[in-house]
Ligand binder design. Structure first.
Ligand code: OOG
Ligand code: NI
Length: 418
């Protein structure tokens, strides 16, 4: 019997292999990431407080984009079988620039499960009903198109339900399940309806990527690096053009905060497009890319408010004024989360690593990797895509990341009492 975490860990490894075969620059990114992490841990004693080299070497997040709440329900079944729950609600319609999606992240929530394998997937759903992007006529045609596709085979969903129910799968079902789940996120090979894709791409490239084809695909896969500035330098030295900056706070004198990410644009990939006269020809499409991230300490709501107010400032001094530059200072001011354990008569405090995402960085990732921003039909958005609608599809409440960190902190404190 393979437990859920073993299925998760196999799935993450299979996706990584598939993505590496299809997007070779991803393999370079993973190689350089491993080198940076080895060098970092070798020269910085205590760096395993941020995660063991074993966990970090296997650590990835993926991103997928779906068209409907029905597709979200199916994905929740598949990820549920892998021990991943929906955490956090991200409304990217509110970011600058707005993106017509709402998102959540599927991930393990228990610290023990995260240590076994922390694989997470940022999952977005197209807000087809958003009047700012789509006219009523186009909304109808998008819904009709999406209504006729099925992303996941009945076999895959049946195995997922069985794994969910039995807390894992025996062989050979486990292998079938992981293979089928991996294949569901491969780049499609079926010809794309050219006028339809172009019509959507003209309005919003994200909508074309989501609703312009009959399948979904893994959009990027992100390894975790311990020193993202070093990684950025080494990738640039290898001749890989990264986006112009690292998203998130600048490098500063204090402990790493939340999340810093950067990415490179993938090369254009040829996709078959079918014209109305029936002819099929290759068109270069840039959708898949490579991203890398450094994870730091999880901030409390209070810490997060400061962070959000500063996020556009590249000036290190501004950050050093606003945040205490030591873990003691962050803990005393209740700005960040920690765990506590007793070692003899001493209490040892460790940072809790941020396991989630940031809407501003997510919007930046969407925007930096699309060919054009797309336009607006009008400025009123009456579409209802709140958290409760996603929860209805998923069949569970979306968990609040702050609550998860606080519960972990409080539970660890409890255990230090004799
Ligand atoms: C998801 C973008 C969000 C991140 O790391 O913030 C994301 C997407 O491009 O579909 O992956
Ligand atoms: Ni990402």
């Amino acid at each position: 019997m393979l437990e859920k975490w073993q299925l998760r860990s196999r799935f993450a490894a299979e996706l990584s292999r598939m993505y590496g075969n299809e997007v070779p620059a991803y393999n370079t990114l993973v190689d350089v990431t491993l080198q940076v992490n080895r060098d970092y841990t070798a020269t910085r004693p205590g760096s395993e407080r941020w995660g063991t080299l074993g966990r970090i070497s296997a650590e990835r997040h993926g991103a997928i984009r779906l068209g409907t709440l029905g597709e979200l329900r199916d994905v929740a079944t598949i990820f549920g079988a892998l021990g991943m729950s929906a955490v956090g609600f991200y409304d990217l319609r509110l970011t600058d620039p707005p993106v017509p999606v709402v998102s959540t992240a599927f991930r393990p929530t228990d610290p023990g499960e995260l240590a076994l394998n922390p694989f997470r997937v940022f999952t977005s759903v197209l807000t087809t009903g958003d009047k700012r992007f789509f006219t009523a006529d186009l909304q109808r045609r998008i819904a009709a198109y999406l209504g006729t596709r099925s992303l996941f085979s009945p076999d895959l969903l049946r195995l997922a339900a069985a794994a969910q129910r039995d807390n894992g799968l025996p062989e050979p079902q486990a292998t079938h399940f992981v293979d089928a789940a991996t294949r569901a996120f491969r780049l499609g090979t079926e010809p794309i309806d050219a006028p339809w894709y172009r019509e959507l791409a003209h309005i919003s490239p994200v909508s074309a990527d989501i609703a312009g084809q009959r399948s979904t695909h893994l959009n990027h896969l992100t390894p975790r690096v311990l020193d993202i500035d070093d990684l950025y330098r080494r990738m640039t030295e290898r001749g890989i053009t990264m986006i112009d900056r690292i998203q998130g706070p600048p490098r500063w004198g204090g402990p790493p905060l939340l999340l810093r990410q950067t990415s490179f644009r993938a090369l254009a990939e040829n996709r078959p497009f079918r014209e109305p006269d029936g002819s099929v020809h290759d068109v270069p499409v840039r959708v898949r890319f490579g991203e890398v991230e450094a994870r730091g300490i999880a901030l409390t709501r209070k810490g997060r408010e400061i962070y959000d107010a500063l996020i556009s400032s590249p000036d290190t001094a501004v950050w050093e004024d606003a945040f205490p530059s030591t873990e003691d200072g962050l803990a005393d001011a209740d700005l960040a989360y920690f765990t506590y354990r007793r070692d003899g008569s001493r209490i040892i405090r460790e940072p809790i690593v941020y396991e989630d995402f940031l809407p501003a960085s997510a919007a930046g990732i969407f925007a930096s990797n699309l060919d054009s921003p797309g336009g607006f039909v009008s400025d009123a958005d009456s579409a209802d895509y709140g958290q409760d609608r996603l929860e209805g599809a998923i069949g569970h409440p979306i968990l609040d990341p702050f609550e998860l960190y606080r519960t972990q902190q409080d539970a660890s404190r409890e255990r230090t009492h004799p």
